[in-house]
Write a protein that binds this ligand. Structure first.
Ligand SMILES: NC(=O)c1ccc[n+]([C@@H]2O[C@H](COP(=O)([O-])OP(=O)(O)OC[C@H]3O[C@@H](n4cnc5c(N)ncnc54)[C@H](O)[C@@H]3O)[C@@H](O)[C@H]2O)c1
Ligand SMILES: [Zn+2]
Length: 361
């Protein structure tokens, strides 16, 4: 088992990582109150039985991202009322990022805030969304537009959940792992390079899962410690590496491109942008591309997409400051920088160079 501490003063918490620990290492509710376990339909079907056997209250809010809505989040609060949770009660999210974001939001506002445990079941949630206290729901106008910061009291990561994870979802998580390595830790990047194709299949990923998740969580915890609420300019923002172009492509594909796939191609585009500014070399770009491909992720832009549409979506990005499109660019493996002075023409050049050159070899 591994332990990572998220140091946030009074809001500090532990991330505990291990195999088959979901039931055995869930501590008693220290406040003595009742607990409600929150799932989405899929994780409910797969895993609620094991919790129900122990007489825990289990509830599914719905289908996942399509139900990541305010009204569905309120049904979690209503289930808490129905099960008589008072202020000493606790919500436990058992699912991917959607379940975690919605349950965290409900825990933040139910009775003006109760305790909350993250038990992530996707790799993305294990390495990214369950750590850091961002909670949110979507609006018809866009994703994650309404939410609050509410840190969990514990993140309990049981790698055994990964055994049922579809490969595409594994790849999504690996894209964020690669992001953390390029952003913050060259030694970790080399470790991933050594794993290569083992990153692309659940079975070959499993032996290294705990170690990879631990390092990713340490890196994310450090960013969160330095900038808990994304107010220290440019610190937590760095986690958006690959996400500016990535999110735009994901949106324009009508979500046929997964988040992780968008981020993978987005990192390649950010690499191209950095090369234009002579900040990043061809050799490093090729190392990044080789690793992404080995992990089963795409690296080429969808050629059917139009740059004008991409630009429009990027302009609407809520992470922009003062109307300027923010790019997070790599300087070297292990270091990123925030850049806000790319003109539309330069962005178009980046896009067109990617449309023309592909990385098939
Ligand atoms: N709070 C944050 O800091 C943060 C960071 C990144 C992403 N997010 C959010 O996280 C969400 C994406 O998270 P995600 O990729 O985990 O998506 P998700 O929660 O939708 O899960 C993906 C799919 O996998 C299924 N699933 C979950 N665990 C499973 C398992 N063990 N076996 C089989 N199937 C399983 C789910 O039912 C779902 O269909 C987005 O809504 C995004 O906005 C939040
Ligand atoms: Zn992401």
């Amino acid at each position: 088992m591994s332990l990572v501490k998220v140091e946030l003063g009074a809001r500090s918490y532990d991330i505990v990582i291990g195999n088959r620990i979901a039931l055995s290492h869930l501590p008693e509710n220290a406040r003595g109150g009742k607990r409600l376990f929150v799932f989405d339909d899929k994780t409910y079907e797969l895993y609620a039985g094991a919790f129900a056997e122990r007489n825990e209250f289990c509830f599914s809010f719905g289908r996942g991202e399509a139900d990541k809505r305010f009204d569905k989040m309120i049904t979690i609060c209503q289930a808490a009322i129905a099960n008589h949770l008072d202020r000493s009660g606790e919500l436990v999210a058992v699912g991917g990022g959607v379940t975690g974001d919605m349950t965290g939001f409900a825990a933040a506002i139910y009775l003006r805030g109760i305790n909350f445990i993250q038990m992530p079941t996707t790799l993305l949630a294990m390495v990214d969304s369950s750590v850091g206290g961002k909670t949110a729901v979507d609006l018809p106008e866009g994703k994650n537009l309404v939410g609050v910061f509410h840190q969990p009291d514990l993140v309990l990561i049981d790698t055994e959940f990964l055994r049922t994870l579809p490969e595409k979802e594994l790849h999504c998580g690996v894209a964020e792992v690669v992001k953390m390595a390029i952003g913050f830790d060259e030694v970790f990047f080399k470790r991933l390079e050594e794993m290569g194709g083992k990153l692309s299949k659940v079975e070959s990923f499993m032996p290294d899962a705990e170690d990879i998740i631990r390092r990713s969580c340490e890196l994310k915890a450090d960013v969160v410690r330095r900038d808990e609420t994304e107010t220290v300019s440019g610190v937590r923002e760095l986690l958006n590496f690959g996400h500016t172009f990535g999110h735009a492509m994901e949106t324009l594909s009508d979500f046929s491109l997964s988040h992780g796939e968008g981020v993978a191609i987005g990192m390649v585009l950010a690499g191209r942008a950095a090369m234009m500014r002579n900040m990043w070399g061809e050799a490093e770009q090729m190392r990044m591309i080789k690793l992404l491909k080995a992990a089963g992720l795409p690296v080429d832009v969808p050629k059917t997409m139009d740059f004008k549409d991409i630009l429009e979506v990027m302009r609407r990005d809520k992470k922009n400051r003062g109307g300027k499109i923010t790019l997070i660019l790599p300087r070297r493996i292990g270091e990123l920088t925030v850049v806000r002075d790319f003109s539309d023409q330069e962005l178009e050049q980046v896009w067109q160079s990617a449309v023309q050159g592909s990385y098939h070899d």
